[in-house]
Design a protein around this ligand. Structure first.
Ligand code: F3S
Length: 392
């Protein structure tokens, strides 16, 4: 790899042992993937922040690092909200360990914003290079904004944050951003856009078909929020880090060849609907990925004047909640819990339930293994209707 003078000095240990180790990690990664150089990054988003997922080993590793991040860096959701965790039944032992993880990141200069939607917090521009780890945020940044990031692991995102660079390979390089198959969503164009949550169902299906390829969708006209749901689900059931939607996503028009020459796979409305299976549930969770401000407003408006009968959890970033405290209060008045910094998957909050209803294809994929509960997918309206129905 060609390194510039600063990068060589870091690698030689002239900027401290931690930076040296981080550079060694990035150079090793770059060599594995054939990178010829490093590229400066605008921001980093680091996963591996919940004590539930990193455990004692992860905490020990973080504590051993001695450096400050070189670019704006935020965290993925952690295992509990930073405020009010006692009221949610989080054990003091877990909270103590989680706070130690947060303290370790704080010492590294990481902003303690814990969210999978950093794009609501930081201005991200088309063509910017990033080192983000959360798979749904990576899909959004690459596909909806047109920024450039690989799907980083927690350690490589943190290494890039500390060094301020990442190896230039994969999705950083425009020539690797071309679509490799066409997914033709049949009938969607004729009957109008498919409903919002069905983008979670569509993503669930499309991720299994695409695997780690880059799909090019035809026949759909999703909004940004619908693309957020689509990308999150595909990143969970497949390893999709970038997708294109004909006529919509910014990179869809930059590839000069005819996409019709690619393998073409039809997806029918019936197949999408088949993902939505009805099972009885004893809790409902919304906000995977974390709610946008408009999501909170929609939930408040759908619940206005009502009282929830089943446990209903709504997850959002703290800064999104702080921007609209009245809406958060309106949702809480119904008996629902609006929770910051964490989510249904990375916290122990949802572990006592048998079956959880979600409006997200990503949560549908992860709830069974991470919460030990069955999962059911529905529209947001269906989820809220379920939350208003007494447990049997
Ligand atoms: Fe975010 Fe948790 Fe879903 S990290 S994308 S809310 S699984």
């Amino acid at each position: 790899m060609q390194l510039d003078a600063v990068e060589r000095a870091i690698l030689a240990g002239e900027h401290g042992e931690t930076r040296q180790q981080m550079m060694e990690l990035l150079v090793a990664l770059g060599k594995v993937f054939g990178a010829e150089r490093m590229v400066p990054i605008a921001s980093a988003q680091v996963s591996g922040a919940s004590y539930k997922t990193i455990g004692e080993w992860g905490l020990r590793w973080l504590r051993g690092l001695d450096a400050r991040v070189a670019v704006p860096t935020v965290l993925n959701p952690v295992g509990m909200p930073r405020e009010g965790w006692r009221d949610l039944g989080i054990s003091p032992e877990f909270a103590a360990r989680q706070n130690e993880v947060l303290e370790a990141y704080r010492k590294l200069g990481v902003r303690l914003e814990c969210t999978c939607t950093p794009y609501y917090l930081m201005r991200v521009q088309y063509g910017q290079h990033l080192a983000w780890a959360e798979s749904s945020a990576v899909a959004y940044a690459n596909s909806v904004i047109g920024a450039r990031t690989n799907r980083e692991g927690g350690p490589s995102a943190l290494a890039a944050a500390i060094v301020g660079r990442t190896p230039f390979y994969g999705l950083h390089d425009v020539k690797h951003r071309a679509p490799s198959l066409v997914l033709d969503v049949e009938g969607a164009g004729k009957a109008g856009p498919i409903p919002a949550v069905h983008y979670g169902a569509l993503g669930s299906l499309a991720g299994r078909i695409a695997g780690n390829r880059i799909p090019f969708f035809r026949g759909i006209r999703p909004t940004r929020e619908e693309m957020k749901a689509l990308g999150a689900a595909m990143a969970a059931t497949g390893a999709v880090a970038l997708f294109h939607v004909e006529g919509i996503t910014p990179d869809a028009r930059i590839f000069p060849y005819d996409v019709m020459a690619l393998e073409r796979i039809p997806i029918t409305r019936e197949e999408v609907a088949g993902v939505l299976k009805e099972i009885p549930v004893d809790a409902v969770a919304l906000g995977c990925p974390h709610c946008a401000p408009e999501d909170l407003q929609q939930i408040a408006s759908l619940l206005r004047g009502k009282v929830v009968r089943k446990p209903l959890f709504v997850f959002a970033a703290a800064y999104v909640m702080e921007r609209d405290p009245e809406t958060v209060l309106a949702i809480r008045r119904t008996g629902a819990k609006v929770v910051a910094d964490t989510c249904m998957v990375v916290s122990p909050l949802m572990e006592g339930y048998r079956a959880i209803m979600v409006d997200s294809g990503k949560a549908l994929a992860y709830v069974p293994s991470m919460c030990g509960a069955a999962a059911r997918l529905g529209t947001r309206e269906e989820c809220l209707r379920e939350a208003l129905t007494e447990n049997q």
